[in-house]
Design a protein around this ligand. Structure first.
Ligand SMILES: Cc1ncc(COP(=O)(O)O)c(C=O)c1O
Length: 372
């Protein structure tokens, strides 16, 4: 290895530094206007993000979890209903289902893609199944044609958790536009991130859009008149202004992500490491590598100054929070394997070629059982 480097898992400076003036202007605009909730920035961002996705409506909400929760509420899913959710997703996908009183029913992913398939999902259907929440995990897009057919065949609602998939595409369509509605997160580290918590619902369905908008604003569209027992989950003006400043850069950032991922996909050559199957439309929110001795690889890379993340160390069915679902170890073998062997390596706009090379060299020189 060459000279030791220090490579964070994520570094915002490559995105934020070149646009610092635009960010400063965005928050100043909000300060000067003195309007902080449900104002011009929110409305403008909603229009701009809907257009960017290729969707009719966008409703800004407080975070990605609320986006999913409000979609389910708006769709009338609740007590006694079941919703299919991947076993290897971030817990928010399942929590959204639990919060509306429905039951998350888990589906084992395909180990080659880390995504659920229509075939596996179909095995988990019961007469109580009302919806499928497809999670576009790591920025990868599942077989949406297949899911559409499955949903139509069984009269199910098809929803997307697109929290990790801004900019991902399949057959020329962007993630978030394949089902009845989709939830996005703008958590800071996402492909499009706010400077705090933020989220959005994207849909072509006018009824869902209207209901989500009211539900997130205390069940109201006219101040102090309430049609539903809603919640408070709105995209605030400061975050909306920041997101508006960042959105025009997203395409360039996606290009940067794809270029780094392409380098990794061709440059990582080590028989002890497994990569996921290539997905042409991947938004590359994360780039995981898989290996039997994952914790050893993590320590090896940390010792070389390369910082990584594990998405996610414990699958949903083995989380304490979901003990009452009654699942056991061994029930979702692929989810368990991905959790035990996966490690996501640094990938962010602004990463230099030298940094990418350093990460690849480290991975290619990794040999299980050997100390650095
Ligand atoms: C797949 C997935 N779903 C939902 C969420 C929830 O988003 P948020 O953290 O904005 O609530 C996240 C991100 O945190 C996520 O990665």
């Amino acid at each position: 290895m060459n000279k030791r480097m220090n490579i964070p898992y994520l570094d915002f400076s490559g995105m934020h530094d070149p646009m610092r003036e635009e960010l400063d202007a965005a928050w100043k605009r909000v300060m000067d206007r003195e309007w902080f909730i449900l104002g011009e920035e929110d409305r403008a961002f909603e229009e701009e993000f809907a257009a960017w996705c290729g969707s009719r409506y966008c409703i800004g909400v407080g975070n990605g979890l609320d986006a999913l929760r409000l979609i389910l509420l708006a769709a009338g899913i609740g007590q006694g209903d079941e919703v299919l959710v991947p076993a290897n997703t971030f817990i928010a996908s399942a929590l959204a289902v639990s919060y509306v009183g429905a039951k998350p029913v888990l589906v084992d992913p395909d180990r080659e893609t880390a995504l659920i398939t229509p075939e596996e999902a179909e095995k988990r259907l019961t007469p109580r199944t009302k919806a499928i929440m497809v999670v576009q995990l790591y920025g990868r897009v599942a077989d949406m044609e297949g899911f559409k057919s499955l949903a139509e065949k069984h009269h199910l609602l098809l929803l997307e958790d697109a929290a990790q998939a801004h900019g991902a595409v399949q057959n020329g369509k962007r993630a978030g536009t394949f089902g009845t509605a989709a939830g996005f997160s703008f958590y800071p580290g996402k492909n499009l991130g706010a400077l705090g918590d933020a989220g959005a619902v994207v849909t072509d369905d006018g009824d869902i859009a209207e209901k989500v908008r009211k539900l997130g604003n205390y069940g109201s569209s006219r101040k102090y008149y309430h049609d539903f027992t809603g919640v408070n989950s709105r995209l605030d003006e400061l975050q909306a202004a920041v997101l508006r400043a960042k959105l025009p850069h997203l395409e360039d950032w996606m290009k940067a992500r794809r270029a780094i991922a392409a380098a990794y996909e061709t440059g990582i050559r080590n028989e002890h490491l497994r990569l996921l199957k290539k997905d042409e439309g991947n938004g590359y929110y994360t780039f995981p590598v898989f290996t039997a001795r994952r914790d050893e690889l993590l320590t090896y890379l940390e010792n070389l100054g390369i910082h990584c993340q594990i998405y996610y160390p414990v699958p949903i069915h083995l989380q304490k929070a979901y003990a009452d679902l009654g699942y056991r170890k061994g029930d979702f073998p692929a989810a368990e394997e991905l959790a035990e062997t996966g490690l996501s390596i640094p990938l962010y706009p602004g990463m230099t070629e030298e940094q990418v090379r350093y990460v690849m060299d480290a991975l290619n020189e990794y040999a299980p059982g050997e100390k650095e």
